[in-house]
Design a binder for this molecule. Structure first.
Ligand SMILES: *Cc1c(COP(=O)(O)O)cnc(C)c1O
Length: 395
């Protein structure tokens, strides 16, 4: 079908999209309406942890679709229980609440912290968050986010989210008062430009939280589920948070998210939290199929080995073209270009022939890489080769 024949005008405008309609995906490859193939290093924004249309996920989805779609969130179902057990077995947390998006999981984390504050901390409700952070697009999660301009677009904001600087412990400590109930951050700021919180900062936040009786909340919507080379990114700094949110990779491409906490933090009472689709068996069956693959022997070692390989290749490009280096954890990495050529590279990579390359530029001087966790070395080589061609052209 020609692009002009699609009823594109029927979609509400929210962003500029290229004139491409994606029709199929498998592994690291996407195909558009013209039959052109693209090597995908965006993967639905770090969502497709096992690449496009993973066979094990498809089998779980088909099997569950024939069995039970949704008995109601007011009843238990088997996939919901299986996935909750997998998550508590493989993390430091004891309790799980399922949601449908990262923003909804973060809303849940904010509500849980405020509820805990009401019960145990004299009504304290402020959550210290970081400048340049991203926590979602609901009103509360936009207010928690530290994105420039987001304080005014849909004003008034939800109050109670003072902002500190990432990796500056004193800036956090300066904001603590009687009303403070928690500290919330991404272990690696994803949308902010792949900026890792240092191990010392994470340890310092844990100590501050202990000292002032605050909840330490990690938003692992982007960093969790193997993305950073460990099942969860908090493991990298050897601290145990009190609350964690998951999204993106946990569903491997389907809408699924989760809010986890330690037993003593779980303070919701009947009716405080819920949602029509929360914990539905169709999505949680897929989530269980994803997590089982991530925790299989050797899987995360392989992610770490390929992350090292990608890092070496990005450093080689850095040397070759005089770029400014790279950063990140696991398979969430960024190449520092030193010039504002990111958006141009993204466009030219996509439009390359005969095969295109999908990349992302969260800041004009950066490229972000978030391939499938089962990406092959050959696919990394091919991506680097295509990027080299583009960088040569621009040089
Ligand atoms: C993507 C993202 C979110 C929002 O998730 P949605 O599923 O888009 O609502 C929240 N936090 C972080 C760190 C994210 O990367």
């Amino acid at each position: 079908m020609a692009f002009a024949e699609y009823p594109v005008q029927s979609l509400m405008y929210i962003t500029n999209r290229p004139e491409l309609v994606f029709t199929e995906g498998k592994g690291s490859w996407l195909t558009d309406h013209n039959g052109k193939r693209y090597l995908d290093f965006v993967q639905g924004w770090a969502v497709n942890s096992l690449g496009h249309s993973d066979d094990v996920m498809i089998a779980a989805l088909e099997k569950q679709a024939r069995k039970l779609l949704n008995p109601s969130p007011a009843f238990y179902n088997e996939p919901m229980l299986k996935l909750a057990g997998l998550l508590t077995d493989h993390s430091c947390f004891d309790k799980v609440f399922f949601a449908n998006s990262g923003a909804e999981a973060n809303e849940g984390a904010i509500k849980l912290a405020r509820k805990w504050g009401r019960k145990h901390k004299n009504g304290a409700y402020e959550i210290i968050t970081m400048n340049h952070s991203f926590h979602g697009r609901t009103l509360a999660t936009m207010s928690a986010s530290g994105k420039a301009g987001w304080d005014t677009i849909f004003a008034p904001q939800v109050p109670g989210f003072p902002k500190a600087e990432l990796n500056d412990l004193a800036s956090v400590e300066a904001l603590i008062n009687d009303k403070t109930v928690g500290i919330m951050l991404e272990p690696v700021q994803g949308e902010g430009g792949v900026i890792p919180a240092t191990r010392e900062f994470m340890k310092g936040l844990r100590a501050l939280a202990d000292k002032h009786n605050l909840l330490f909340i990690v938003d692992e919507v982007q960093t969790g589920c193997g993305r950073c080379g460990t099942l969860f990114a908090y493991e990298l700094s050897g601290v145990e948070p009190d609350i964690m949110t998951l999204g993106k990779g946990i569903g491997g491409g389907v809408p699924l998210a989760a809010l986890l906490c330690k037993a003593d933090v779980a303070s919701f009472e009947a009716g405080d939290q819920g949602g029509t689709y929360n914990g539905n068996p169709l999505m949680t069956a897929v989530g269980a199929a994803v997590i089982e693959q991530l925790v299989a022997p050797g899987f995360l070692e392989d992610v770490r080995a390929k992350a090292d390989y990608l890092r070496e290749q990005l450093l080689a490009l850095t040397a070759e073209f005089g770029l400014e280096g790279e950063r990140g954890d696991g398979l969430l990495r960024a190449l520092k270009l030193g010039k504002d050529i990111g958006p141009q590279l993204v466009e030219e990579a996509r439009d390359m022939g005969p095969e295109g390359l999908l990349l992302n530029s969260p800041r004009p001087n950066l490229l972000r890489f978030m391939p499938a966790l089962n990406v092959t070395r050959a696919e990394i080589d091919q991506m680097i080769g295509m990027l080299r061609t583009l960088l040569k052209k621009l040089a």
